[in-house]
Design a protein around this ligand. Sequence first.
Ligand code: NAP
Length: 303
Amino acid sequence: MSWHILGAGSLGSLWAVRLARSGLPVQLILRDQSRLEAYHRAGGLTLVEQGRPQLHPIAAQTADHPAPIQRLLLACKAYDAEAAVARLAPRLTADAELILLQNGLGSQAAVAAQVPQARCILASSTEGAFREDDFRVVFAGHGHTWLGDPLDLSPPSWLDDLERSGIVHDWSLDILSRLWRKLALNCAINPLTVLHDCRNGGLSEHPAEITTLCAELGELLETCGQPAAAADLHDEVLRVIQATAANYSSMHQDVRQGRRTEIAYLLGHACAAAQRHGLALPHLRALHTRLVKHLNAHGLPSQ
Ligand code: NAP
């Protein structure tokens, strides 16, 4: 059974290379014919590990390929996920399983609505990778991936494939709690690093802003039925700020490099959830308004 992987970007390449080199069949699905030709010219995916690049000539195709898809790893950005799956929907088998690697929340539900027959497994990863060039990815930080399905707690049979490929993972019985917690950490840290134009550590100069945001985020998580994700949020935010003081957040890097952010699935999703519950969170809303203005001023979408 082939692993189909949509998106030969940072995480998609990281998964594709590890699965392929453990002997599993992998098919990359690229955006269109011109990307496929560029991929063939590159001769495959290059993964750089500990400074050492290695080329992996993994098979690739476009969405128009006729072969059915039983197992699909969706490794695009949250804002591309729904449209990407809509194109592949006719190829999915009746028992298809999708693994959704997207950060934040909102894209997973949009994908699931496109393919009601498929099982959607949600993932949350602390692995780090970035694109050095087209089809060339650097494995920057080893981490852990949690996988889970809120609708069916039984683990899928292919977790063995991940084990065998060295993809460190756990099957989570409460993946939504993990995704909400990560979203809250992101909302408390990333937008402020953009607005103050600082590294994560620079936020230690804004303790009052952090405290207020964490209080509102905690309230939101409780209201959304995620009390475990709310527990000790403020303490963890402070710990993350300290532990990653020298780093620029992913959102800061996106904005600096003129790339679209995933704001709609992070702070945007939090504000929309608050509104749906009739919950007034004035500081979170004001943060969202400031961030939207900032992105628009830099010519970036705020959706
Ligand atoms: P990325 O490097 O930008 O890669 C995304 C890939 O998806 C690109 O190669 C893009 O193709 C491809 N794509 C988009 N739409 C497509 C379509 N319709 N058909 C085929 N390919 C399509 O993104 P990433 O960093 O891997 O992030 C993926 C998700 O993982 C995000 O939600 C991110 O927040 C999350 N995440 C990333 C990391 C990390 O370290 N990178 C860590 C944790 C979580 P083109 O090359 O043609 O543009």
